[in-house]
Write a protein that binds this ligand. Structure first.
Ligand SMILES: [Zn+2]
Length: 232
């Protein structure tokens, strides 16, 4: 059964199943699965992953060890393949730091919660707390151009967009996905999902939320068809 057929069948099966599937996509319910953190799926204040400093230029270079390995490999490839020096702008961010950043943003936009939410994740809703995420910059760009659309248009940004999947990363927030991810496009924000998922996400050009929902849907349909078979 194709993924589309699966989804169609699921819709026919009723909204109860959709709700269940979404619940199953919650990382707390599935420690083996891909971690999903967004405005709806919050991560606990106590989630403190093991981290190490990635051996790359830049600041806030801390990531989960296996992610730091992948990042180092990717930065070396960027240098070799397009002579670009990528830097680390912001990696692992603990809950309390996220809290400070959010409060400061809120102050700058004079308490406009909607404006603050558009750019800064509330504490517990930032992927940076997972240690799986890095904001990537380019050394030759000024600091105000990194973390802006200018990075996306730069040689480094274009290389990152086309190649990060080869190292297990995805560009998490892209144009046209705002309603699903809850964020404006951020061509600098990469998330580690592992080689297999990164390749699928890249090929299908879909956000992590959609991917997880489809994966979980397929699992649930499989279970359903097993139940039906055993009931016949
Ligand atoms: Zn980020």
């Amino acid at each position: 059964m194709s993924i589309l057929e699966s989804v169609a069948a699921l819709i026919v099966s009723g909204t109860m199943l959709v709700t269940n599937t979404l619940n199953t996509a919650c990382p707390q319910n599935d420690p083996e699965g891909l971690l999903l953190v967004n405005r709806s799926w919050r991560i606990s204040e106590d989630f403190i992953p093991p981290t190490r400093q990635a051996n790359v230029p830049g600041q806030v270079r801390r990531l989960q060890p296996h992610v730091a390995d992948a990042l180092e490999e990717m930065y070396a490839a960027a240098k070799k393949e397009c002579s670009v020096t990528l830097v680390s702008v912001s990696g692992y961010r603990p809950y309390d730091k996220q809290e400070r950043i959010y409060r400061n943003k809120l102050k700058r936009v004079r308490g406009d919660v909607e404006a603050a939410d558009a750019y800064v994740a509330r504490p517990g809703t930032s992927e940076h707390q997972t240690g799986l995420t890095m904001d990537v910059g380019m050394r030759s760009l000024s600091s105000d151009k990194n973390l802006s659309g200018a990075f996306g248009d730069s040689r480094g940004g274009i290389w990152l967009r086309d190649n990060c999947w080869r190292f297990g990363f995805v560009i998490r927030y892209q144009e046209g996905w705002e309603e699903i991810t809850g964020y404006s496009p951020e061509p600098w924000h990469i998330r580690y999902v592992g080689l297999e998922a990164a390749e699928k996400l890249h090929e299908n050009n879909m956000p992590l939320e959609e991917f997880l929902l489809l994966e979980r849907t397929a699992v649930m349909l499989e279970l359903l068809s097993q139940n039906q078979e055993s009931g016949e």
